[in-house]
Design a protein around this ligand. Sequence first.
Ligand SMILES: COc1ccc2cc(-c3cnc(C(=O)NCC(=O)O)c(O)c3)ccc2c1
Ligand SMILES: [Mn+2]
Length: 248
Amino acid sequence: MPLAEPVSDVDIERIVAQRVVPALSAQGFCWLDGVLGDVTGGAVLEQVRRMHLSGALKGGQLMRAAPGVKRSAVRGDRIAWVCGAERGCDAINALLVVIDKLVMSAARTLDRPISHRSKAMVACYPGGGAGYVKHVDNPNSDGRCLTCIYYLNKDWNTKEHGGLLRIFPEGKPYVCDIEPLFDRLLLFWSDRRNPHEVQPSYATRYAITAWYFDSEERAEAKRRCRERSGTTQNSRSSRSTTNTILLL
Ligand SMILES: COc1ccc2cc(-c3cnc(C(=O)NCC(=O)O)c(O)c3)ccc2c1
Ligand SMILES: [Mn+2]
């Protein structure tokens, strides 16, 4: 049941109470359809398409590329980081405003100290079998607690196009397959509770991801990083994934 456009704060509070909080509490992930509606969702898609066609999306990095293993064999996406204030990203910004409201409302109810997020990662799996092997987004308490992925793929047919997001909930005998459908928002805990993979995609597959930080876990991660690099408060911390996934 798509939400009215633009989605209202009342709608957001209702969806959080009825869907997001119960699902995150019970199973550790949740997806919502019809989040922005056709008009605003379509505007986001157009802005992502324009970024892709203009060459703004670059090969995604890896935290630790095993020697001799081609990056694309592990992760085939092309990405760009946006804060939403960039020219031609106003619809992406509108999406981020809605996701921020959803997440902060859920954080209040769940009493999770979520205080900030990464920039938005605009991603394209360009087809040709590109995917991402099974992984955990935050296996080592880097501060990221919630992964939010907004999908933009109209007329997506998994049997033909592949590209399923498969979650392997920790300790459960089942998997959860999520189709990357247009105007769908997926949220899941970023830690070891939710190993997941992007199955090989055979059509262009767009998504926008933001990671939300648990402020206490993030502070502890920064403290450990400073301790490891033996630097003082003022020096630059060593560049790492968490530093790459910069905060707004
Ligand atoms: C060192 O700098 C960076 C910068 C960005 C990084 C992004 C990812 C990442 C993680 N997960 C997914 C995913 O699970 N997508 C699921 C889906 O599209 O349905 C994805 O597409 C991309 C991993 C490592 C990174 C390291
Ligand atoms: Mn991931």
